[in-house]
Design a protein around this ligand. Structure first.
Ligand SMILES: [Zn+2]
Ligand SMILES: [Zn+2]
Length: 404
């Protein structure tokens, strides 16, 4: 069973699948032993291990978290935004209680981000604008933005890159952006093309780095190594495949991993084995207790096709069955030929995915006044029991940090 070592802090800036702007997928990642105050102080080692995962939202979300900091024990003010869209099924009077309905804390911890900067008496420079030693929240958010070592971008859809564009006037020096060649080519050609936005690459404000799929990069950060996997995110109108990315982030110091998926469709929909390849790679890590959390999308409840390159609960469970099969097959070579939904796996004594956190992102908002997060979680939990997977499903909410 994977154990939570609370080595990663994942700050959820945005996790909605749209269509409300300013709330789409964007996360900040740092080791839990790196404090926000270290970033504010410009500690080099701290900044080296501070990453953005996608950029659907940025400064505005950091700022709203800072503005509500300290007002609630848990930042329910920010995290309740997505819940309050559905007043019919949210008891708004007790939003803290509601958060725990969506987040399974049996094998993770949650906290409010940026709480350790209560007393900003830290300015050591000569900048007269800051001579009163009291930084404004906007100044703090700007420092945090500029502390980011690099952006790991899963794909170039606007709901995953727009803050990279809009926040770019704040970049004090060259900002590194990492992605598979498909993503980087698209960002250069379609975003920083001197038409819809200035070519910041030529102006040396953005540094685009192509990373080869399935190659472990150890030179991006001294703390984290990064491996990218290509995913299928549906097809373009010309019939060619649109690629997205999963990033496997390894904490080199602790030899512990986190797996983060961009938008993705099931192998069942794509007719490929692209997800299966990711599961091949991470199943030994799960068996060795070196990975206990996967962040993955589930955009809607089960709906008939077309799914536009996204996951629905039954397809996600299908992927989980495939992952479990690979974990068990590593331990028990005789089962290899069985199908993933074979009773053999359901009845296997030591369930390899027991306690694994599957953190659901990219839920699309709906207009029927029923929170789609509730519906998706219910289907996932029912199927989790049916197949005896023992996974801990969590629905991500913005405004909080997960310690994984
Ligand atoms: Zn997308
Ligand atoms: Zn998306």
């Amino acid at each position: 069973m994977p154990h939570n070592r609370k080595l990663f802090e994942l700050v959820i800036l945005g996790c909605s699948g749209g269509p409300i702007s300013g709330k789409t997928c964007s996360f900040l990642l740092k080791p839990t032993d790196v404090k926000t105050i270290d970033l504010i102080n410009g500690n080099k080692e701290a900044k080296d291990s501070f990453f953005a995962l996608d950029a659907g939202t940025g400064l505005s979300s950091i700022l709203s978290m800072l503005d509500t900091k300290g007002k609630e024990e848990l930042n329910t003010i920010v995290s309740s935004f997505l819940l309050n869209l559905y007043p019919n099924c949210t008891d708004v009077t007790d939003s803290k209680e509601t958060i725990y309905e969506f987040i399974d804390t049996r094998n993770m911890e949650i906290k409010s981000p940026f709480q350790d900067i209560e007393e900003i008496d830290v300015w050591k420079g000569n900048d007269t604008a800051r001579s009163n030693k009291q930084l404004s929240n906007y100044q703090i958010s700007d420092i945090l933005l500029n502390s980011i070592n690099g952006y790991l971008i899963t794909h170039s859809h606007l709901d995953h890159v727009c803050s990279l564009v809009i926040n770019s006037p704040s970049f004090k020096k060259k900002k590194s952006v990492f992605g598979i060649p498909f993503t980087i080519d698209s960002i250069q050609k379609n975003l920083f093309n001197d038409e819809i936005w200035p070519d910041l690459v030529s102006k040396e404000l953005i540094d685009l780095h192509k990373i080869k799929p399935e190659v472990r990069y150890t030179n991006i950060s001294t703390r984290y190594s990064i491996t990218a996997f290509e995913l299928s995110h549906g097809k373009k109108s010309d019939g060619t495949r649109y690629l997205s990315t999963a990033f496997l982030i390894n904490d080199v110091k602790e030899d512990y991993n986190l797996l983060f998926f961009g938008d993705v469709e099931s192998d069942l929909s794509s007719g490929t084995e692209m997800n299966s390849k990711v599961w091949n790679h991470v199943s030994p890590l799960i068996n060795d207790d070196k990975l206990n959390s996967i962040i993955i999308e589930c955009s809607t409840v089960d709906i008939p096709p077309p799914l536009f390159g996204h996951l629905i609960p039954t397809h996600l469970i299908n992927e989980c069955l495939n992952l479990r099969k690979k974990c068990i097959d590593l331990l028990n070579k005789s089962s290899k030929k069985l199908l993933p939904d074979d009773d053999f796996y359901r009845d296997y004594k030591e369930q390899p995915l027991e306690g694994l956190n599957m953190i659901i992102i990219h839920v699309k908002e709906t207009l029927d006044n029923v929170n789609p997060r509730k519906l998706i979680l219910k289907i996932l939990k029912d199927l989790n029991i049916k197949y005896n997977l023992k996974i801990h499903f969590t629905i991500a909410l913005s405004g909080i940090s997960l310690l994984l």
